[in-house]
Design a protein around this ligand. Sequence first.
Ligand code: GLN
Length: 196
Amino acid sequence: TPRVGVLALQGDVREHVRVLTDLGAEVTRIRRPEELAAVDGLVLPGGESSVIDKLSRAFGMREPVREAIADGMPVYGTCAGLILLADRITDGIEGQQTFGGLDVTVRRNAFGSQVDSFEVDLDIPALGGSPVHAVFIRAPLVEQSGEGVERLATLDDGRVVAVRQGSLLGTSFHPEVTGEHRFHALFLDMVRERVR
Ligand code: GLN
């Protein structure tokens, strides 16, 4: 049974816990370094990346999360979580930091105020099967990515909304709110592979 955590400082923690539990994982809410040390994979939830950034520093979680990423721990970030995984961000609030790890540039709130949120069906070959119903809520966009980054999903106009680089996985949208389990299943496969 994979032991995984959801960073529980702010955001849609409960939704991730539910999907991961449904998939048979042992799930812990992570607020302290010693809790992180006891899991083999981490989810960074959707929410507000600047708030999660600030709280992670206040709770002494920034360095432990960075070390876990550097150490190869599988990490999956949705929306704000994708922003937190990005090496570079544009339109962050002043002083906003990320954990980094993903060789991408991500623009926060990339879709502007008229289209704060929207839903589309995405074909994602890496997941196979039926299209993914993707919900975007004040979503970020991957504007640039390095050579080692696999683009898993794009919008019709080619803009990139899901990526993987080694042990790191990120989506602009929120599979955890639509009953879509395949991204979390892929994440758990990555965790199993790593602990084997
Ligand atoms: N706009 C948010 C941010 O900058 C992300 C929104 C979300 O996670 N749904 O963190």
